[in-house]
Design a protein around this ligand. Structure first.
Ligand code: ADP
Ligand code: MG
Length: 678
């Protein structure tokens, strides 16, 4: 077998300038590899891994943990006999970007020896021995390979992020490591929390990679900023005009903000014209197409300055060389969960001090840097939490509980959690799965539940897909499910063409609600235009999102066979489709003065202004998700008839609730599931 390595690049050996350029390129990669903080510790690290089954590795962001250690292991022979090295990442973008970088360093094609696997996208092959994947994907691999027998090493990377999936992996992997003595487990983290990881893994040793860090001067604002987006734009331009060379990194909370910020920056630079040096504005967020993502790593041409506008993906997951200035408004988008009402929403909240310090650290990697915090020193001390609460304590657990039940783990109370989820959250997850029919009254997985677990989507969405069989509309429901999972990136709405974009969007509106609109868009793009980029452009539809929806749909359709769902079409009978949407019966809201109230808990919610039902305000709605911005908005809503709820969820709703008064009674028999939890 050919050993992948720097010498085997297919272009090697060609003559002339081309070959010279390639050699220079790989030389620069070798120089870069050897200059990384982890490099001098290569031997010590491999020795420690050899000696210990579980090792915690701590190192500053950018020290080479993610890109180098898997390569060391590969060179050391850990993939002998076709065994794999798996490396988990909490974020899809990181899994894609890092694997691409490693493939490049090893001069192999991405998807061959080095690959990545993220939800709905598998870029690996038979040859893949170095596999980067999201933590959620490794979790799903337990369903097909409960002892992860094909892996010789599992690296749980970015452990400090403490995502829900990473936390569950901790428990599962600790368990399998007991009987798989030949499995090596590495827990890699930025310089945070490593003692806790060590004690969780029975006092596993901690290997510290000493970092190189230059000093970072921190500046606060004197008064709170009313509009942090505008403040970011102003700060970037000020730095650009007054400060010495060096790239800028701006932290914002999500795609919309980032796009708005980039547009504002570009517009103002255009106005200033040749009065200022070139400013290269680059966004980075989860839904950004990968060729655009790659651009942030391109070296800045002399005389110009680069500004990368990022989500907290750039906090520790990705390292961009050359950053000297960081602008930190101090916010992030976080999931929050109310275990009493079962309502989950995305909220922009102040980030933690630990996050703020990581962000500042990004300015001091290559030279002394500066971090501009767009909040007061007082706010830093008094208004920010010390650390971020682990996701497991602020999210709906339905998905994970279903998965654990499918793995035969019934006793969730005694699962080895690093930080246990709140008791009510676990109970609620069990109740919801019971109401969906995934668990029986003893809390055991039903046949339906087993089928639901096969689908890599939220339990309510899998229920909807499975219910579509009975109502004979799975074609349409699969499309809707796919469109919902590329959420909020279908319609393109540039700032300077808002009116045109909104008109174009109106043209897609059909009765019934947003789900029907999404279905209509998909059908028109596919049938009407045959996936024409031009057509999408003219209709303000994001072509790439449509391609992604098509991929997701294909994958879901592929799974239908496995769970024995016959794919057939409703043939225009939209009522069937809307009926199936009541699989989301937890998300029912009823019109009430000035807004809506959720049926079970009487929470006030509103239709999102972008919804096709914003004006219409029908009496009964089902929403896909809640987003809190200025108030609680329901995004992606569909109109239903309340009588359908009795048909679809007779065990959950009583006819009285669907008339006027409401009751908070638990569904019958749920007492038993509660008992199981003690
Ligand atoms: P860590 O995981 O310790 O934070 P990484 O292994 O991700 O560190 O990064 C180490 C170095 O690899 C970075 O400092 C950078 O020089 C280089 N690097 C990583 N990803 C890329 C990329 N996509 N393009 C160019 N260089 C990269
Ligand atoms: Mg890393």
């Amino acid at each position: 077998e050919e050993e992948p390595g720097l010498q085997t690049h297919p272009e090697e050996g060609r003559s002339g300038v081309h070959s010279y350029l390639i050699k220079t390129f790989y030389l620069s990669i070798i120089i870069n590899q050897r200059s990384l903080p982890v490099f001098p510790y290569r031997q010590d690290l491999l020795a420690a891994i050899d000696q210990h089954q579980i090792l915690v590795i701590e190192g500053e962001t950018g020290s080479g943990k993610t890109t180098q250690i898997p390569q060391y292991l590969l060179e050391e022979g850990y993939t002998a006999g076709g065994m794999k090295i798996g490396c988990t990442q909490p974020r899809r973008v990181a899994a894609m970007s890092v694997s691409a970088r490693v493939a490049q360093e090893m001069a192999v094609k991405l998807g061959n020896e080095v690959g990545y696997s993220i939800r709905f996208e598998d870029c690996t092959s038979e040859r893949t021995v170095l596999k980067y994947m999201t933590d959620g994907m490794l979790l799903r691999e337990f369903l097909t390979e409960p002892d992860l027998a094909s892996y010789s090493v599992i690296i749980i990377d970015e452990a400090h992020e403490r995502t829900l999936h990473t936390d569950i992996l901790f428990g599962l992997i600790k368990d399998i490591a007991r009987f798989r003595s030949n499995l090596k487990v590495l827990v890699a983290s930025a310089t945070l929390d490593t003692e806790r990881f060590s004690s969780f893994f029975d006092d596993a040793p901690v290997f510290r990679i000493p970092g190189r860090r230059f000093p970072v001067d921190i500046y606060y604002t004197k008064a709170p900023e009313a509009d942090y987006l505008e403040a970011c734009v102003v700060s970037v331009l000020q730095i650009h005009v007054t400060q010495p060379p060096g790239d800028i990194l701006v932290f914002l909370t999500g795609q919309e903000e980032i796009e708005a910020c980039c547009e504002l920056l570009q517009e103002r630079c255009r106005r200033l014209g040749s009065k200022i040096a070139e400013l290269i504005v680059l966004p980075i967020y989860a839904n950004l197409p990968s060729d655009m993502q790659a651009k942030i790593f391109n070296p800045t041409p002399p005389g110009a300055r680069k500004v990368v506008v990022a989500t907290n993906i750039a906090e520790t997951s990705l390292t961009i060389d050359g950053i000297i200035y960081v602008i930190d408004p101090g916010f992030c988008k976080q999931k929050s969960y109310n275990a009493r009402t079962g309502m989950e929403s995305l909220i922009v909240t102040p980030c933690s001090r630990a996050s703020a310090n990581q962000r500042a650290g990004r300015a001091g990697r290559v030279a002394a840097g500066k971090c501009f915090r767009l909040y007061t020193a007082w706010a830093f001390k008094h208004e920010m939490e010390e650390t971020t609460v682990p996701e497991i304590q602020r999210t709906n657990l339905g998905n994970v509980v279903l998965l654990l039940k499918s793995l035969g783990i019934n006793d969730l109370i005694h699962f080895d959690f690093m930080d246990p989820p709140p008791h009510e959250t676990l109970v609620l997850a069990l109740e919801q799965l019971y109401a969906l029919g995934a668990l029986n009254h003893l809390g055991e997985l039903t046949k339906l539940g087993r089928r639901m677990a096969e689908l890599p989507v939220d339990p309510m969405l899998s229920k909807m897909i499975l219910a579509s069989e009975q109502y004979k509309c799975s074609e349409e429901v699969l499309t809707i499910a796919a469109m919902l999972s590329v959420n909020n990136s279908i319609f393109y709405r540039p700032k300077d063409k808002v009116v045109h974009a909104d008109n174009a969007r109106m043209n897609f509106v059909v009765p019934g609600g947003d789900h029907m609109v999404l279905l209509n868009v998909y059908t028109q793009v596919r049938m009407g235009s045959g996936y024409s980029t031009q057509w999408c452009y003219e209709n303000f539809i994001q072509f790439r999102s449509m391609k992604r929806a098509r991929d997701v749909r294909e994958q879901l359709e592929g799974l239908m066979d496995r769970i024995e769902v016959e794919v057939c079409s409703a043939d225009g009978d939209n009522m069937k489709i809307r009926k199936v949407s009541t699989g989301y019966f937890y998300h029912t809201a009823r019109l009430s003065k000035g807004g809506y109230k959720t049926v079970k808990h009487q929470q006030t919610v509103y239709v999102h202004p972008n919804s096709s039902l914003f004006e219409e305000q029908p009496r009964w709605l089902i929403y896909h998700e809640l987003v809190f911005t200025t108030k609680e908005f329901m995004r992606q809503v569909i109109e239903i008839d309340s009588s359908w709820l009795l048909e679809v969820a007779p065990h959950y709703y009583k006819s009285k609730e669907l008339e006027d008064s409401s009751s908070k009674k638990m569904p019958r028999k749920m007492g038993k599931a509660r008992e199981e939890l003690g």
